[in-house]
Each structure stands twice: as C-alpha cells, then as structure tokens.
Design a protein around this ligand. Structure first.
Ligand code: PMP
Length: 397
C-alpha cells in the first residue's frame, strides 16, 4: 500500500506535545522539573479515594454502561461546584467528560469544521492547540496588550478572517490564572470581551480548571456567570485528582444535545466508577476544606518560586506574579532563547517548557513556562538557582 494513501489529511495535523516529550528527561533522577503542570503529590487524597472507590465499585451502576451525558447525581453536584464560581447551572445542561481535555475535543468537534479559524490567547494552552490542530483548525492568537484579551483585538482578527472568507468558530479562553501565562482577565476586560463577542456574533468557550485555586485577591465571576451563551469547561483534575479523568462541559441546551451525541460516538459513556467516586466525594467529604488546603499549599510554592526568582535571576528577566493556578511565564533577557537553552538546563539539572509550545505560529522563544505546583519548596529554590545560572550564561553569549 502507498504509505501516503493510508492516512487521513487530518491526521497530519496531530502534533507531538513538547511537554510530553519533556516528561522523560524531566523525570530523570537529579533533574528538578519545573516543566509539567501536575498537582502536588500531597494534594491527591489517595486514602480517601481508595476507600470511596472500593465502596462505589459495589454500587449499582458503577460497573455497567451508562448514559452518554453522565450520571445525573454527579451532574447536580457539578452544579454546586460551579456555584462557587458564580455560575447558576442546570444539571440538564452539563455533560460529563474524560477530563476537560475531552470536553475541549467534543466542543471543537461540535462547533468547528476543518479550515475554520479559532481565536486563542497569546500564549495559549498547549493541549488546546493540539486539539485545534487535530481538527484541522487555524489558530489566530489575539495579541496581548498587557491586559490579556481585548475587544478591539478580537474584532480586528475576526474581521480579517471573515474578510478572507473564513468562518470563525469560536474564541477559546482561560480567563483565570491561564496556562501558561498565569494571567487573570480583569473584570472590565471580561465585560468588554463578552460585549464584543456578542456584537460580532462570536461563540465564547471558557476553560476554567484553575478557577478555585485562587491564591490571593478577590474572585472574579466566570464569563459563563455573566453570559449563559458561553460554553464552559470544568475539571476535577486540579482540585481532586487528574487520574480519575473527570471533567465536564456546561453549554446552552442546543449545544448540549450535540455534545452528548458526540460523546456517545467517541466513547459510549464515561467511566461509571470514576463518576460515582467523584459524586460520593463531593457529597460526603469536606471538599471545600480540601480546596482551601490546596490554596495554602500552592501559595507557599508560588511564594518560594517568586522569592527565588527575585533574588537569583539576572537583570532583564521579567515575570508577572500569578494570582492563582500553577504557572509562571518568564520573559528572558536579551540573547537568551528558550529552546536553545533547554539541553544545557537539563544538563544542569532543571527542566522547563519553552514558550514556543504555547503558540501555533512558532513565536514565544523569548519566554518559558515554569510550574511551581509539583516540586517541594526546597526543590523549587534549587531548580530556580540552576535555571538562573543557565539564563545568565545564555544572555551573556
Ligand atoms: N485546560 C487547561 C487550561 C489545562 O491546563 C488542562 C490541564 N493541563 C486541561 C484543560 C485539561 O485538564 P483535564 O485533566 O481535565 O483533561
């Protein structure tokens, strides 16, 4: 068989994640990984979940096929979680998914055709870029004027794309503690973006896996809280455990119907055991106390990283302190290139993700993403010390 005849054109859009490739080197003994955005080992309630998983396995439904939309009790409980983000939701509009990543894939399948344009932040979540590429979409990054997304920048890109005869499927945004930038969209920008998208008829997809992990400052209502037309993606990966693979989409009823059909076509139904375990955890365990403890844990790690960066990084290195989430976006001094520096950094015993992974157009080599969620504070300081040495050398040469 002609090898090129075997594959679909779309499969050529599948991209290896720079982060996955980094996992192997970053987990070598002696390397401090500031690369992966994994929850802290201490953040995963293993004992509690071991007990719950054992109990629910014996419950009716746990081991059977179920509906494509997800367990109704879990969907009700997901609505109570979203109430903490200011969202009033109806369980009928919730679809349970295999993590927010699958929600993103299903939403993309339902809203976009190959060749469509999708708008995303500069920079944007690498897993979303992979999904968009796999679906044959063209990503346009909305320029960041220092405050993240803005109405005029969105209107300009949409106007240009439509002028060139392209359909613009949606705007994808992570408004709270974005991955990788750590940026939180201000209240006035949220209103501006929603008003502009409404005016130009652009669907908004809000991805909010870190919203409850605010480390300081006042919570801002999610975009979905102000506009029921927004498609909202949520996840238990950061507040409970990514290994359970439970996330969800909340969408207007007409979108929900198609999401359920897409979910059934993709996987029939989501794991009954995982759904019942999350439902039992939310109903019976003090989950808001757990989230509070996570905020304290990540606050300490963020403080450690910011403190180490301030004392150790060479002049010309810049960053914004994230108000929550897992990530810090570092702007390198003149001369230092993130990709070129990485092998040297690994030799020195520290790993990070080069900024290029977060742009569809190869930009971002003057930035890198650091994560403070997984390493313990002493390792964070050691990792930043090693990184500072590598950055200083790279900037000098
Ligand atoms: N969206 C963003 C912004 C993320 O950072 C992640 C996880 N890295 C996801 C979605 C996917 O999360 P899940 O584990 O729920 O699939």
């Amino acid at each position: 068989m002609d090898p090129s005849a075997r594959f679909s054109n779309r499969s050529a859009g599948l991209r290896a994640s720079e982060i996955r490739a980094l996992f192997a080197v970053a987990s070598r003994p002696g390397v401090v990984s500031l690369a992966g955005g994994m929850p802290a080992a201490e953040a995963l309630p293993g004992q509690v979940l071991a007990r719950i998983l054992g109990e629910v396995a014996a419950q009716p439904g746990a081991l059977q096929y179920a509906t494509g939309q997800g367990d109704p009790v879990l969907r009700e409980l997901i609505c109570t979680v979203m109430a903490h983000e200011g969202v009033v939701a109806d369980a009928d509009d919730v679809v349970v998914t295999t993590g927010a990543q699958q929600a993103l894939d299903l939403v993309t399948a339902v809203l976009a055709d190959p060749g469509d344009v999708v708008l995303a932040e500069s920079p944007s979540y690498v897993g979303a870029l992979a999904t968009f590429s796999a679906h044959g979409l063209q990503v346009r990054h909305v320029p960041d004027d220092g405050g993240g997304l803005s109405g005029p920048a969105i209107a300009e890109l949409v106007g240009r794309a439509r002028g060139a005869g392209r359909r613009v499927a949606f705007l994808y945004t992570v408004p709270n503690f974005a991955n990788p930038s750590g940026v939180t969209l201000s209240a006035s920008r949220r209103a501006e973006v929603l008003a502009m998208c409404d005016r130009i008829g652009l669907q908004v997809v809000e991805d909010n896996p870190y919203g409850l992990l605010r480390l300081e400052g006042e919570p801002l209502p999610s975009l979905r809280a102000s506009d029921p037309g927004v498609v909202y993606l949520g996840s238990f990966s950061k507040i409970l455990a990514p290994g359970l693979r439970v996330g969800w989409a909340l969408a207007p009823p007409e979108v929900t119907g198609r999401l359920v059909l897409a979910a059934e076509a993709a996987m029939l139904c989501h794991s009954g055991t995982a759904q019942l375990a999350v439902a039992r955890y939310l109903a019976d365990e003090p989950w808001t106390d757990h989230v509070k403890a996570l905020r304290e844990l990540y606050w300490e790690r963020r403080q450690t990283m910011v403190g180490a960066l301030s004392t150790l990084m060479p002049r010309g290195t810049r960053w914004r302190v994230p108000e929550g989430g897992f990530f810090l976006w570092l702007s390198l001094p003149e001369g230092a290139r993130a990709k070129e520096m990485l092998p040297r950094a690994i030799r020195e015993g520290v790993a990070y993700v080069p900024g290029t992974g977060f742009f569809a157009n190869g930009a971002g080599d003057d930035h890198l993403r650091l994560s403070y969620s997984y390493p313990e504070p002493a390792a964070i300081t050691l990792g930043v010390r090693r990184l500072a040495r590598v950055v200083r050398e790279a900037a000098d040469t």
